[in-house]
Ligand binder design. Sequence first.
Ligand code: FE2
Ligand code: FE2
Length: 187
Amino acid sequence: MTNEYLLKIMKDIKATAPDILHSENFIQSDNNMQHGNISVMKHSKKVACTALAISRKLKLKCDETAIMRGALLHDYFLYDWHTPEHAGFKNLHGFYHPGIALKNAEKEYDLSERERDIIQKHMWPLTLVPPKFKESWVVTLADKYVSTTESFHFIKAAKARKEKYAPSKEPIRIRRKEKYVTLHRMS
Ligand SMILES: [Fe+2]
Ligand SMILES: [Fe+2]
């Protein structure tokens, strides 16, 4: 995808969902991390762009409004799932957050049946009941693709940081009483 193509897609999303993009809760979700150092807000925008691109490239004749709005709200759970009260096995964030996101989105927006299905089923197969519409399948696929690339980039960046700041194994040579002495590092 060229930058020009992505800009066109982002322009269409801005024109279709200005109410969501400028809402307090959506902007606030930029403080909640999703994968690595990517916020929920940025992740949701990326999923919307990717889903729309898939639909257009494959000429699926989808309801594009549902794809854009459903994708922007698919992770509208409005908390940081890494904090102690939300993390951990007992909270089962992966299983429950689509339902929480749907409840939050319904409080603020008048959702279509397709948009509701996109939000509710995007974690399939964790949600057991499969997506009902092609728009939901497209967003589910886009979400998995974007999540995988975000996690992969984070792991790669963390590995590069570790290598950059790892203590040197090279011995230090210092001059002592006109002689050179070699000191070996402990680690
Ligand atoms: Fe999600
Ligand atoms: Fe997501």
